[in-house]
Design a binder for this molecule. Structure first.
Ligand code: SF4
Ligand code: SF4
Ligand code: SF4
Length: 252
């Protein structure tokens, strides 16, 4: 019997769900391997009977925490699809401001109708079994994770920096061109996509485990950036992982 899969969205642009639909060449093979029973972006059908749940988007409201817990209870395997679900992603930018200010900014005098919480990845509230990183989720990684789950083996997700893939591609390092790049602390898996096209890595796949932020700070400082500017470099995608790192450091 094919495993049943549910795809669920939380706070995000749903670009990661779109990545599933963009697997055009592989879609028929995917449907031969699994039965998709819930996927709002692609079908009307809704079912609570699934073994594998893919969730995209960060968790930013109380109602989302409850819904996430329900999904976790029903699913045997929960996969965080994309950087918002994996570690909060770009949503964590708002965590730098008071939540009532954020609500007022977005909803003006209707702010009291809404609630919001600091953005977090799913694993702040439930156990996440596997992660697919990237903004949007890296397609090759998504297919690898799905295939591994169907085969019953553990997916292999890189835990080394983008620089490794960048060097293998023999790209000229952006630091050598006087630019800055977050590749040294960002998790590989995208094939060093941005530096390969001459753009800096913005860290969309989040930090590698135990990133050497201090060494990277030194490199960035050599590039002439002040501490304030350095911290800005990390905020686009990595505000939440940075918060976590700083918390761990202050607890140690
Ligand atoms: S990770 Fe990026 S593409 Fe995916 S839902 Fe979040 S913002 Fe959208
Ligand atoms: S360009 Fe960026 S990713 Fe590539 S080697 Fe240099 S720092 Fe690393
Ligand atoms: S190079 Fe960096 S910003 Fe670009 S896709 Fe890879 S991880 Fe994301």
């Amino acid at each position: 019997m094919k495993p049943k899969v549910g795809v669920f969205s939380f706070t995000g642009c749903e670009g990661c769900q779109l990545q599933i639909l963009e697997c055009e060449n592989e879609l028929l093979d995917i449907l031969n391997l699994v039965e998709i029973v819930t996927f709002r972006e692609a079908m009307d059908k809704i079912s609570d009977d699934y073994q594998i749940a893919f969730i995209d988007g960060a968790i930013t409201r109380q109602e989302e925490i409850e819904r996430l817990k329900e999904i976790r209870e029903r699913a045997s395997i929960l996969v965080a699809l994309g950087s918002c679900a994996a570690f909060g992603g770009i949503n964590c930018l708002k965590n730098r401001f008071p939540m009532d200010e954020v609500l007022r900014y977005v909803y003006g005098d209707k702010a009291h109708y809404f609630d919001t919480l600091p953005a977090r990845g799913a694993d702040a509230y439930v156990k996440v079994d596997y992660y697919v990183y990237g903004c949007p989720a890296t397609k090759s990684e998504l297919l690898h994770v799905l295939k591994s789950l169907v085969l019953g083996i553990k997916p292999r997700i890189p835990n080394y920096p983008v620089c490794v893939e960048c060097k293998l591609k023999e790209n000229v390092c952006l630091f050598d061109k006087g630019e800055v790049c977050l590749g040294p602390v960002t998790r590989a898996g995208c094939g060093a996509l941005c530096p390969s096209y001459g753009h800096r890595c913005e860290g969309c796949r989040g930090f590698v485990d135990d990133p050497n932020i201090n060494a990277h700070k030194e490199t960035l400082q050599k590039a002439g950036l002040t501490v304030e500017e350095l911290m800005q470099e990390f905020t686009m995608f990595c505000s939440c992982p940075l918060e976590k790192l700083e918390q761990t450091k202050s607890e140690a």
